[in-house]
Design a protein. Sequence first.
Length: 146
Amino acid sequence: MSPRVATVDTNARIGKFVRRFAFSIPLALFILAAPHHARAQGAVSPPADGQTAFNNSCRTCHSMDAGDNRLGPSLHGIVGKKAGTTEGYQFSSALKGAGFEWTKDKLAAFIESPEAVVPGNNMKPYAGLTDKATRDAIVAFLGDGN
Ligand code: HEC
């Protein structure tokens, strides 16, 4: 084997390596950029999906399962139910005495500002939801045969 052949051979191998490496740069950049892209999109538009919005804003304290009272009462079948009457839950006197039935409009107003709908209620700490699209998505989810 002459040294000259070996050099050609080595050059060819280096060339192949460089080509392969160059090829992988855009791929690596894509992989690095992808999660940032996804996160940026999530920050721009809030979840329109009611289940996700419910999980983000309500699920810490509420379950949708019948009889599953946590820090807050179960919200199973809440649309059309008389306020403050869920069995097995100790409501504040404010909610017990509210005297109305939960409609979708009442629910939307309540999750925007609980104090404005039932003064003296005990749904705390809860800051209220300023985004209308998110409120509507949650109310639709609450009414979806749950
Ligand atoms: C920090 C805990 C907490 C969070 C978060 C929370 N709640 Fe509540 N919620 C409560 C508590 C506690 C009560 C009972 C208040 C009372 O007795 O005055 C309540 C009561 C309610 C009621 C009245 C139920 C009935 O049977 O009359 C509704 C409706 C309700 N919450 C909906 C929601 C929705 C929808 C969200 C999310 C957008 C939410 N809550 C977020 C704790 C919470």
